[in-house]
Design a protein around this ligand. Sequence first.
Ligand SMILES: Nc1nc2c(ncn2[C@@H]2O[C@H](COP(=O)(O)OP(=O)(O)OP(=O)(O)O)[C@@H](O)[C@H]2O)c(=O)[nH]1
Ligand SMILES: [Mg+2]
Length: 394
Amino acid sequence: MSTTSKQTYVRTKPHLNIGTMGHVDHGKTTLTAAITKVLSERGTGGAYVPADRIDRAPEEAARGITINIAHVEYETDTRHYAHVDMPGHADFIKNMVTGAAQIDGAILVVSALDGVMPQTAEHVLLARQVGVDHIVVALNKADAGDPELTDLVELEVRELLSAHGYPGDTTPVVRVSGLRALAGDPRWTAAIEALLDAVDIYVPTPVRHTGAPFLLPVENVLTITGRGTVVTGAIERGTVRVGDRVEVPGTDVATVVTGVETFGKSMESAEAGDNVALLLRGVARDAVRRGHVVAAPGSVVPRRCFTARVYVLPAAEGGRRTPVSTGYRPQFYLRTADVVGAVDLGAAAVARPGDTVTMTVELGRAVPLEPGLGFAIREGGRTVGAGTVTTVLP
Ligand SMILES: Nc1nc2c(ncn2[C@@H]2O[C@H](COP(=O)(O)OP(=O)(O)OP(=O)(O)O)[C@@H](O)[C@H]2O)c(=O)[nH]1
Ligand SMILES: [Mg+2]
């Protein structure tokens, strides 16, 4: 949010959130920059964002805040995209498991020179766990790869996808060179266009819950000098417009939205799926944190206890080797919140890796809960379980 008057975002196309994933150095950021360059030159919408601004936007450095999720926007002929490029593996995991990224589809970047690497596999597994149903593959660095080796890498990626329950045989795999496309090489510019066509066609437009009461999981909070406190994130459901009353359940914040923006453009009305910044009237910077939600008044009550169905990941999927038992206290990632919780397995008392069990959880602090809410369980830096809330307890 800047202090000057600005452009307005006019919604003419469906909006989708997508993200790049893949092993370190396989070219995610270069590819992201190349996409913005090719599309800005095509003129459908969105500006070119160079790679060094994606990895670390200058305003983040200037404000001294940690924004570990970088969004860029662009438009194809049929869609408006917000594209998230996670700067590192740890940030990727955190944003994916907390649902902060809220992506509708992913571009899996695999270097044609190196093939499937450990983080390639880990990201595919995680995408499956958090419910990303559509993946398009960019076989990057195809400019430098031997075509026959690239064929082998393609087979390897298709197998990886199939092994994790994706349709590996029919997933679009496009050979690209982010680097050469950035240099304006027509062959590779065309390859970026082909990749975007694949995304347009293969990733369906999600159904948005625009009729439900407004809810925004808070991803970041920042202060704009002279204007006040701004919260950012992707709207989970409902719509919001300037003048709407909102609250932050679990705090005494009840206020009015005085500004709604997306990518620096003001919006009349934002809806489920949109990545927004909301300016909140008269709210102190430290009154709102990542993990809170901003919601329509009275629509959400934070709670500490719930029952859930939980899949305890086996070691082969990155999970534990040993069973968990009643009294286990891992971290629960619910929306953008990260909270410790105590597990009660009832009569079963233990759950082995690979089991799907019912458990009762008592969180260390209250967060908004509802049946159907998905969450991840993490311990010592890895995901050990994935679950869904079945009942919220009083
Ligand atoms: N030959 C070739 N090199 C590339 C291509 N794309 C990226 N590179 C190089 O690969 C290196 C890594 O590129 P990045 O875009 O930073 O990779 P990344 O996946 O974002 O890396 P992390 O964010 O650190 O995980 C850089 O030196 C790039 O110049 C490509 O299409 N062809
Ligand atoms: Mg990068």
